[in-house]
Every structure is written in C-alpha cells, then in structure tokens.
Design a protein around this ligand. Sequence first.
Ligand SMILES: CC(C)(COP(=O)(O)OP(=O)(O)OC[C@H]1O[C@@H](n2cnc3c(N)ncnc32)[C@H](O)[C@@H]1OP(=O)(O)O)[C@@H](O)C(=O)NCCC(=O)NCCS
Length: 335
Amino acid sequence: MSLYLKKISNFTLTAYALLGEELDDFDWIPYEQNNPEQTKSSSNRNFHKSALKYKVMLIRKLETPQDYEACENTMREIWQFTERDVIPSHLLKPINDQGGLVLGAFEHDKMVGILVGFLAYYKGILHHHSHVTGVLNKYKGVGYKLKQKQREFALSQGLNLVTWTFDPLQSSNAYFNFAKLGVISNTYYRNYYGKMRDELNKGLASDRFLVEWWIRTKNVNQRVNGIFEQPTLDEALTHAEVANKTRKTGNMRKNVSYDLHLESEKILVEIPSDITTMKEKNMPLAQEWQDVTRTLFEHYFCTGYTACNVLSEIKEAERRTYYLLGRDIHENSED
Ligand SMILES: CC(C)(COP(=O)(O)OP(=O)(O)OC[C@H]1O[C@@H](n2cnc3c(N)ncnc32)[C@H](O)[C@@H]1OP(=O)(O)O)[C@@H](O)C(=O)NCCC(=O)NCCS
C-alpha cells in the first residue's frame, strides 16, 4: 500500500495534514486541497476551524494481527471497556474483510482513534452501519476525519446511507453528529443495549437515537467540507419554540416544565451540557433529564418531527445545548 504524505500549504496548520493511504479503490485526499472555499471564510460559524491540528497522522484500514490487537487496546483506553465489551480481533477482521470497515488513526506508530462499521440492511436499504468511533482524549478533531473517511468508503461502495446509534444526552456527541456531520433522526430507542458497564454509559438506561447520515445530500456535503452556515442559538431561538424550560441550580440545570402541545414548524429541546459529570455528581437529576427528554423526543418523533440540527454555545460562561426539530424533513434524496 502506498503512503500519501501531502504537505498542506496553509500556514495555520501545524505541520502535515491528516494523511491517508489508499483505501480499496479510492484515495484519501485532504479536504483542504479539494475545497478552497474553506480557507476563504473566517466565519466562526463554519467548521473548518478544527481542521488539522496534529502532526503526522495517518488513517487507514487495519491489516495485520498487530493492528487488530492495537485496536482492542485502543478501545480499552477510550471507553475503559472491560474484556466483555471489547470487540475481539476475530470479529473485527471478518467485518473489515467482508464489506465493512475497521479504521485506525495513527500518530506515528501509535493508534489514537478507531472506527468500526459494517454492511447492514434497514427499512429495505442496503447501507453501512457504524458501530463505534472513538479517539483518545487529546486527539480531538481526529473523529471528524475518521467519519469523513468512512463516508468516502461508503460512497465508493455505491451506498447512500450510514446509520449509527448514540446517546442523545451526550451533548458533544450530539453536536458532532448533527452540527458537524449533518445526521438526522426520528427514531428513539429505549434502553437499546440494556444495562451498560463502561465509564461513559454506566448509570442510566442505554436510550439511543438511531441517526441517519444521508451521505450524498447537499447538507452533508457542506457539513463534512466545513462550509455549512450553522445558525446561531439566538437565531434558532427566534424561529422556534422551546419544549422544555430549565433553570440553573448550582452548577447544573434542571427542567422546570415541558410542553407536549407545540405545533410550530421548529421546536428546540434542551439537553444538559455535561451529562457525564451530572451522572457522577447527581444521578437523580441525570435520571430526570433522561425521563423528560425521552418523553419529548418520543412524542415529537411520533407526531412527525425530525431532529435535524444541534445548537451548542457558551453564553455567560455556561454551555447551552439544544436539539432543533423540524417538520417534513426527508433528507434521502441525492443532489
Ligand atoms: C465522538 C468523538 C469520536 C468525536 O470525535 P472528535 O475528534 O472529538 O470530534 P471533534 O473534535 O471534531 O468535534 C467535537 C465537537 O464537539 C464540540 N464540543 C465539545 N464539548 C461539547 C459539549 N459539551 N457540548 C457540545 N459540543 C461540544 C467541540 O467543540 C467540537 O466542535 P468544534 O470542532 O466545532 O469545536 C470523540 O469525542 C470520542 O472519541 N468520544 C468518546 C467515544 C464516543 O463517545 N464515541 C461515540 C459513540 S461510539
């Protein structure tokens, strides 16, 4: 396999861009070179700002037994998985060899991120289902690159859709999935995996959104290329009704009321900005958040709304995060 080391001319990049190897029949091309639009705008509402902060980074399909062993270790490190939870090499390899994808992100020889996805069938559509994506803590930004490469892979297979599940109360994941990648969702699963033991998931029922990433749409194209104009929270608040009213108590927020009778075109649902800390410090409050948001999402998804964006901003030293729900959102058309 040939290695592509491409120096990026943009002086704001630390050294070398995220680099790639051939992945089956297509090459990884650093997106800055493809999209001059990205370097034109300095708007902080675009997403290219987190582009490439790392030195020598390679994303490639795993190949050797050593790769798969490193992947198991990286999972342990990212999620503090117990042995029961780690996806074993003997499953990763057939997934990778039979139409799925197991990617590693490497800084020099160290694996710092992983992604595992497989071919799947949902509502009559052959697609790619993404099971896990994770990066070590100090490698923020690499997750975005792993997803871009996954998209290229799915496109190369002629697919239109990538799905995955995630905990809708994890605000950074929500922002990552909706605002940066452009997923949509109108499917809420209660306690999807049953009781989970890993650090990130323990404590609450494993409720999940099933998200749909329609990888050929304009919305997704713009977002993965960092050229989407994300509305500000104030703009969204002017055009939408808020379904749950919250109040600050100490360092955290609690719900004071919620409304199941809204009918406007756009609805906002607030979520906590740090559910992991809330679970550590005040589990009953975290439970209450899950109960309220579960009720809201289930109700509004059933009445024709779809979650289509996440707005997250720091205002007066406090991060506030909201899902934006809209009516008649069907992003399954090719542009
Ligand atoms: C999910 C994950 C793969 C995303 O990858 P990443 O490289 O961290 O993603 P990015 O840094 O590109 O994007 C995260 C965004 O969330 C934003 N963010 C951070 N904290 C946030 C919060 N509390 N609320 C909302 N957004 C937040 C970041 O600012 C960043 O956006 P920006 O680039 O516009 O600044 C990574 O965070 C991870 O490995 N998490 C642990 C494992 C996991 O939960 N995996 C998903 C389920 S399998």
